[in-house]
Design a binder for this molecule. Structure first.
Ligand SMILES: [Mg+2]
Length: 241
């Protein structure tokens, strides 16, 4: 039996339920932007931008999708896609370039403020604190939550935003980057996540142990893969290793 030395965690839908957070963040930061820009323009005796939440929001989405096609290596770098899309939209709507850059950046600050308002599962902090006494811990996410501002940041001295290193999971790079920073061999590490394709398979193929958080009970599991329904069951897997 190998000695487990490190555990890496997916974040969204693993340590908290992400349902609702993205929808609130998506709507909230864009509504904030439209209102803030119009207020700013009114104070300067300038006309409103004429962007509506519905049409502007659709255009914002289409610009992100188009950019991801044109610059495929950035497809998982959601903060970059959003910033560039907003800058272009605001500039085309009539803002000077410097104002467009400033307001796009301010909108993304609001985005990150809303995006970190996740509610970790009540067991998560206690579990991570206990695990940290025995294992090195890391976070590996495809999402663009602010890694230093998310509520469980203190437990993850190593945290990888896979999209920002241009290698979203299932690319093995973020896993190898985490293992290298932890200085741990794959067979001495475990990854925990809710996605079969983005968490479980790439980790298992690298030789890591993998824990799949899923309600699916009838799927056969390859070697080194364990299934639990909720993060709070992780200790029972570790006991049996
Ligand atoms: Mg996830």
């Amino acid at each position: 039996m190998t000695m487990l030395q490190a555990i890496t965690f997916d974040l969204d839908d693993t340590l908290w339920d992400n349902h609702g957070v993205m929808a609130r963040t998506e709507e909230g930061h864009y509504r904030w932007l439209l209102e803030a820009v119009d207020t700013w323009r009114a104070a300067r005796q300038e006309a409103t931008l004429g962007l509506s939440y519905e049409e502007g929001g659709l255009d914002y989405l289409q610009r992100r999708q188009q950019l991801a096609k044109e610059v495929p290596e950035r497809r998982g770098d959601f903060t970059w896609l959003r910033l560039r899309a907003l800058e272009a939209q605001l500039e085309e709507a009539g803002l000077h370039r410097s104002a467009a850059l400033m307001w796009a950046s301010a909108a993304m600050n609001e985005f990150h403020r809303l995006r970190v308002q996740v509610t970790p599962h009540p067991e998560a902090a206690g579990l991570l604190a206990a695990l940290a006494e025995r294992y090195q811990l890391a976070a590996i996410t495809n999402g663009n939550i602010h890694l230093k501002r998310q509520p469980l940041a203190a437990y993850f001295p190593v945290a990888i935003a896979a999209g920002e290193i241009l290698a979203p999971k299932p690319d093995p790079t973020p896993f190898l980057t985490a293992l290298s920073r932890l200085n741990v061999a794959p067979e001495c590490a475990m990854h925990v996540g809710d996605s079969w394709l983005e968490d479980v398979l790439p980790a298992q193929q690298l030789g890591m142990h993998a824990v799949w958080i899923s309600q699916t009970e009838d799927q056969p599991l390859p070697p080194r893969v364990h299934r639990i329904a909720h993060i709070k069951q992780l200790p029972s897997v570790l006991e049996k290793l």
